[in-house]
Design a protein around this ligand. Structure first.
Ligand code: 13P
Length: 247
C-alpha cells in the first residue's frame, strides 16, 4: 500500500490537476493499493477524478460523533460518502491539535462503526528516541489507540509507523531500524491483541521522508508493507516512482 498524505496542500484546481497528471499511470495499477488523502475541501473533486479507477481516497482526520454541535469538524457519516480510508492520530495532530491515544481510539472505533478504514499513525519524538523509550511510546500508542477492537475490526485497520524526527526532515529511519520497530514492537502487539493470523495480516506502513531513492529498500523489508508519504506525494513523478517501488 502506498498512501499520499497531502496534509494542508493543494487547492481545488491543483487537486484536480495533480490527480489528472497521475491518473494515466496509476488508474489501473495492480498489486499495490494506491490511496490519496487530500484536505477535506478537495475530497469531492478528487472523488470525481478517481471514479472508474483503482485509486482510493482517504481523509486526514475525523470527529468521532455522527453529527452535532462541533464547529469545524467532519463526521464519519460525511466521510463515508467521499472516501474509504481515514488517517487518524497523525503526529501533527497529536502535537498541534491535542489528540491523545484516547481520542484516537474513539475515532478509530467510530470510523470502523461506519465502515471507514483507519490508517492509525504512531511514532516517537526525537527526544523519546534518544532516551530509549521508543518501544514504550509506540507500544502504548498501538495498545491504547486500538483498544476494544474485535479481530474482525482490526483486519480493516492499517498502522503507520512515522517517527516524528523523520517527518519532513529528509532523515528517514534506516530500513533496518524501521523494520525493527514494525517487526519487534508493533507486530507482536497486534498478534497479542488480535491473534496471530490477524496480527500477521495487518498492514504496517512506514512514513517519514520516504523518497524515490530510499523507497525500494524500505519497502523490501519483511514487515514494512508500504509507505505513508508526505512531501513526495505532492508531485506526480515522485508519487508514481514510489508506487512503482512498491510493486
Ligand atoms: P514526509 O514524507 O514529508 O516526511 O511526511 C511523512 C508524513 O507525515 C506522512 O503522513
Amino acid at each position: 500500500m502506498v498512501a499520499g498524505n497531502w496534509k494542508m496542500n493543494k487547492t481545488l484546481y491543483e487537486t484536480r490537476d495533480l490527480i489528472r497528471e497521475m491518473y494515466p499511470v496509476l488508474h489501473n495499477i495492480q498489486g499495490v493499493e494506491v490511496i490519496i488523502c487530500p484536505p477535506f475541501a478537495g475530497l469531492g473533486v478528487a472523488k470525481r477524478e478517481v471514479e472508474d479507477s483503482t485509486i482510493k481516497l482517504g481523509a486526514q482526520n475525523m470527529h468521532w460523533s455522527d453529527s452535532g454541535a462541533f464547529t469545524g469538524e467532519i463526521s464519519p457519516v460525511m466521510l463515508k460518502e467521499l472516501c474509504e480510508y481515514v488517517i487518524l492520530g497523525h503526529s501533527e495532530r497529536r502535537a498541534m491539535f491535542g489528540e491523545t491515544n484516547e481520542t484516537v481510539n474513539k475515532k478509530v472505533l467510530a470510523a470502523l462503526a461506519h465502515g471507514l478504514k483507519p490508517i492509525v499513525c504512531v511514532g516517537e519524538t526525537l527526544e523519546e528516541n534518544q532516551s530509549g523509550v521508543t518501544a514504550d511510546v509506540v507500544g502504548s500508542q498501538v495498545r491504547e489507540g486500538l483498544a476494544g477492537l474485535t479481530a474482525g475490526q482490526a483486519e480493516q485497520v492499517v498502522v503507520a509507523y512515522e517517527p516524528v524526527w523523520a517527518i519532513g526532515t529528509g532523515l528517514a529511519a534506516t530500513p533496518e531500524g524501521a523494520n525493527a520497530v514494525h517487526k519487534d514492537v508493533i507486530r507482536p502487539i497486534l498478534r497479542e491483541m488480535f491473534g496471530e493470523t490477524v496480527g500477521d495480516g495487518m498492514r504496517i506502513l512506514y512514513g517519514g521522508s520516504v523518497k524515490p531513492d530510499n523507497a525500494a529498500e524500505l519497502f523490501s523489508q519483511s514487515d514494512i508493507d508500504g509507505g505513508l508519504i508526505g512531501g513526495a506525494s505532492l508531485k506526480a513523478d515522485s508519487f508514481i516512482a514510489l508506487v512503482k517501488a512498491a510493486m
